[in-house]
Structures are given as C-alpha cells and as structure tokens.
Design a protein around this ligand. Structure first.
Ligand code: DP6
Length: 324
C-alpha cells in the first residue's frame, strides 16, 4: 500500500472559452483559453494505491461510484499507476456537480495532484497541468491560481497552462447564480464536439478567440475592468452561438439565464459595471467590482432568492493537504 496523498484544487471560470478539441485522444484543444480560478468552489481528493485491491474504488461525496460512472477516473489513474496497482479515491466536491460551475476542472486538477503524489511522483505545476488536461480540458488551468492561460499547443508536451497573474491585486469578484444545480443534459464534451463537427460558424470561433485573447491580456494587465468585461461577455455569447448553430441545435440557457442576463443589462444601463458569462449549463456568472457587490447581490437575490447567489473571489492554485 502506498501512503495516501490529498490535494485541493479550485474551479475556474473561463473569460475566453475552450470549446472544441483538435485531438480527442491527447485532449488537445482547438484554441487557447483564459480563466480566473475562484475561491468558493473546490474539490478535495485523496488517493491511495493498494496492491490488495482488484479494482479502483471511487467515492464521490460519500457515494461509491459504479465502475461505469468512474470510467474517466480509472482511465486517468492508468496514466500514473505504480506497478499497475488499483487505487482508493475519495473525493469531496464543494461545487454543485455538473451545474455549469466547472466541477470537472477542480475534480481532475485535484485528482492529478493526489494521484501523482500517491504514485511517488513529484511533478512541477506545469507537469501537473499537462496531466490534469488528460482528465478534463478545463482542469489544465485549475492547477494555477488567479488568472491563467492554457496554451493550445500542438502536442502533449506543449499543451499546458501558465499563470498570468496569480495574486490578482484587483478588487474584483464573481457572483455565481445557481439557477439549476441538476446534472446537465448535454455534457460539455458532447456539446463542444457537436459544435466542432456541425456549426458552420466554428471556423470563425477560432478567429474570435485569437482576437479576444490578444485584447484581454492587456485589459487584465492594466486592470481595465470595462474592457475585460466586454470581451468576456461577448466571448461567452459567441461560444453559445455555436450550440444554437449546431445540428441538431441545442442550448444551455434556461428561462432564468435570460432573466439574469437582462438584469445585468439593466444594471449596466443604470451605471453599475457588471458582465455575465455562462458555461455548459444555465447558471450565470457575473464579473463585477467588489464595491458594487451589495447592489448586485441584492438585485439578484430579489430575482432568484439569496440562497441562489454565491459570491466568489479570485482563488489559489493547487494545494497539497497531505502528501507522502
Ligand atoms: C464551457 O473541460 O468540461 O466550461 O475537456 O471534455 O472535459 P472536457 O470539457 P470541459 O469543458 C469546459 C467548457 C467550458 C469552457 C471553459 O471552461 O473553458
């Protein structure tokens, strides 16, 4: 039995989205992407390899997963298993699972950290980012705190994230509106593949991302909130245009998503700078400045109930809570 290792990773929200793979085996994306790691949503994962086990035992939030449900985790562990040993994996998700709050990002980043340490590997953060990518693309970025950029790269070696600004000395916040915490119908994996294969606008998306990345980097560097907000909002809407233009078309929005987007527009019209983004689910995430939090959280609580409004701030990169 190897000593157990425990890692904590936080989720991240993309400002310039990853939406499509160039290589599904190596998990190489079509484009680079850029995100902010958040403090409120994280996963703690403990891994221990044991030669006495005859299969991996995976527990998520105290529920033992069936071999089918843990398939992705088993394939991920194959990348690091010492002497082919199976593992005991215990994971606690402090994120509404599969609700578009990117739980796979924190899950596979934490798993990369815990599994590699339990296997006796002492990987650099770049190596952890590369390993995490094989579990889930967005996990590539969750190894780092604050703003991080995942460079698409051209092969396994070059497709990794790097930090842009880990400390984020800038009073910004993200307000997450949990409008539906249930499992999503079209997974991000299926949704992005369908967009790549069938949206006639997909080629234009690659140009959009290149343009948005070039513009958002200086906006972050100079703390130009309005410029950053305008880019992240239009990037999200253009990503969602790829789902609406796929064949068959689909959308992650629900009625409340549209209500929230309109409310943000109204806040802006009344002089409060605030911008929205959505991932592969109906939940809306608002980027704002901390000085405007009281007004924004009150507005959203009036619409959706205060229990559906969660305030997050920039969060840290991967942490090892216990390690051999
Ligand atoms: C909309 O990382 O969940 O959140 O690589 O197939 O596991 P897989 O997909 P995943 O996709 C995230 C998509 C997104 C945008 C983003 O986080 O960049």
């Amino acid at each position: 039995m190897t000593p157990a290792a425990t890692a904590r990773a936080h989720t991240n929200i993309a400002l310039v989205k990853y939406w499509g793979k160039a290589d599904t085996t190596q998990m190489l994306p079509q484009t680079s992407s850029l995100s902010l790691t958040l403090d409120q949503f994280y996963t703690d994962t403990t891994v221990q390899f044991d030669s006495a086990l005859t299969a991996d035992e995976v527990t998520l939030n105290d529920d033992r997963l069936s071999p089918q449900a843990s398939g992705k985790v088993q394939r991920f562990l194959d990348l690091v298993r010492p002497d082919g040993q199976f593992a005991r994996v215990q994971s606690t998700n402090h994120v509404p699972t599969a609700a578009g709050l990117a739980s796979s990002a924190s899950a596979f980043a934490a798993l990369a950290g815990a599994a590699s340490r339990a296997a006796g590997l002492d990987l650099t953060r770049t190596e952890l980012s590369r390993l995490a990518r094989h579990g889930s693309g967005s996990a590539t970025r969750s190894i780092f705190g604050g703003f991080a950029e995942w460079t698409a790269g051209t092969d396994d070696q070059s497709s990794v994230a790097h930090p842009i600004d880990e400390t984020v000395d800038w009073p910004i916040a993200v307000v997450a509106l949990v409008l539906n915490a249930h499992q999503k119908k079209v997974s991000s994996r299926q949704g992005m593949q369908s967009s790549v294969d069938t949206s006639p606008f997909y080629p234009a998306w690659k140009d959009v991302v290149a343009h948005d990345l070039a513009a958002i980097r200086p906006a972050i560097a100079t703390h130009d909130f309005q410029q950053m907000g305008e880019i992240l909002e239009s990037n999200a809407m253009r990503m969602h245009a790829l789902t609406l233009s796929a064949n068959p078309p689909f959308t992650y929005f629900n009625g409340d998503s549209l209500v929230a987007m309109q409310a943000v527009q109204d806040l802006r019209d009344a002089g409060t700078a605030c911008y929205y983004t959505l991932d592969a689910g109906p939940n809306v995430k608002l980027f704002c400045q901390t000085k405007d939090l009281p007004k924004i959280t009150q507005t959203m609580a009036d619409l959706f109930g205060s229990e559906h409004v969660i305030v997050a701030h920039p969060g840290p990169g991967i942490q090892f809570l216990s390690s051999p």
